[in-house]
Design a protein around this ligand. Structure first.
Ligand code: BGC
Length: 233
């Protein structure tokens, strides 16, 4: 057995409303309960990192995977629409790594959800419905990083996230939100011609229409489980 086969990964999922952690074994199986704390307000780097440090304190691990709700390019945070503008250009991996004295990798949260959900065959699209509208695209298991459908125009001069994010759900109610989601999925099917669509995120619990055969709801825990792929892919 080589050394990386014995390493334990602390998976972190930074969301707009909660920050979650769980420890994964070398095969990516959970070996701790999921812990969650509310996302601090304001959700600036210092406050969010302090929350992660609090959650990490009671866990034993060798390396860290973080899902961040924005574009992450070459280790730097490029967007953080649902957190705070102070994140822009922030080097989360390096800063968190220094504080935890452990190697840290960071990727977009929907990309990590996707790693937890996909089969690795064909064109697979992942959409996450939470505070924001996340999206991730895979071809035969290979990720196209940072697909940002959420901020693209959808309808009525609004983006997918403006029409389908949690704020819209709370404002417009479940019926309207479901009607919009059905329209959005029809759009995405014709845009990506995917083999399989996965719907993740906490708000999937509100879906009340029958999904097409090539669409499945996947558990939100994938946002943590997928973290193993940052080390094994
Ligand atoms: C962000 C995405 C993120 C999604 C879900 C969007 O607002 O732009 O990067 O994946 O929210 O958190």
């Amino acid at each position: 057995m080589n050394q990386s086969q014995q390493l334990h990964t602390l998976a972190v999922d930074i969301g707009g409303s909660g920050i979650k952690v769980m420890v994964l074994d070398p095969q990516g199986q959970p070996i701790s309960d999921r812990q969650r704390l509310k996302t601090p307000d304001p959700a600036k780097p210092k406050q969010v990192i302090n929350t992660i440090l609090t959650l990490a304190q009671s866990q034993e691990f060798d390396r860290v995977s973080v899902g961040f709700p924005g574009v992450v390019q070459h280790g730097l945070i490029k967007t953080a629409v649902n957190l705070d503008p102070d994140w822009l250009e922030y080097d989360l991996a390096t800063n968190l790594s220094q504080l935890l004295s452990k190697p840290v990798k960071v990727a977009n949260d929907a990309d990590i959800q996707g790693f937890g959900a996909i089969s690795g065959q064909g064109v697979e699209l992942v959409v996450t419905l939470g505070t924001g509208f996340g999206s991730a695209l895979f071809v035969d298991g290979k990720l196209v990083p940072n697909l940002e459908m959420g901020h693209h125009p959808f309808r009525k001069k609004e983006t997918y996230e403006q029409q389908l994010g949690r704020a819209a759900l709370e404002k417009e109610g479940q019926k309207k939100w479901n009607d919009r989601l059905e329209k959005a999925l029809a759009n995405l099917e014709h845009l990506f011609n995917y083999d399989q669509l996965y719907l993740g995120g906490g708000e999937t619990k509100n879906i009340d229409f029958t999904l097409p055969d090539n669409a499945t709801i996947v558990p939100n825990i994938n946002g943590l489980l997928g973290g193993i792929k940052l080390w094994t892919n």
